[in-house]
Design a protein. Structure first.
Length: 101
C-alpha cells in the first residue's frame, strides 16, 4: 500500500509546476502519512491479535499433549490387562483340566 502511495506522490511531484501544485503535494504528503499511520495501527492490531491467539492456543496444545500421553498410558494398560486376562484364562483351563482328570 505504501508503495502505491509513494508512486502516487512521485507522480504528483513530477507533474507539479506551480504554488498550487506544491500545496497539493503537501496535502498528498499528509494523506500518505495518514495512510502510513493507519497501516501501522493495522499491523499493531494484527500483532496484538496474534499474541492473544498464541496465549489461547498454548493451553490447548498442553491439553492435547496430555490427552496423547493419557492415550499412550491407556494403551499400555490395555496391553497389560489383555496379558493378565490371557494368563487367567490359561490358569482356569489348567484348573479345569485338573478337575476333569
Amino acid at each position: 500500500m505504501s508503495q502505491a502511495l509513494s508512486s502516487e506522490l512521485a507522480e504528483k511531484v513530477r507533474s507539479s509546476s506551480s504554488m498550487g501544485d506544491v500545496q497539493a503535494l503537501q496535502r498528498a504528503l499528509v494523506d500518505a502519512e495518514d495512510a502510513n499511520s493507519a497501516v501501522r495501527r493495522d499491523v499493531a492490531t494484527a500483532l496484538e491479535e496474534a499474541a492473544v491467539m498464541r496465549r489461547e492456543i498454548a493451553p490447548l496444545q498442553a491439553a492435547l499433549q496430555q490427552a496423547r500421553d493419557d492415550k499412550e498410558a491407556l494403551q499400555e494398560r490395555s496391553i497389560q490387562f489383555e496379558a493378565h486376562k490371557d494368563d487367567l484364562e490359561r490358569r482356569v483351563m489348567e484348573v479345569d483340566d485338573q478337575l476333569v482328570t
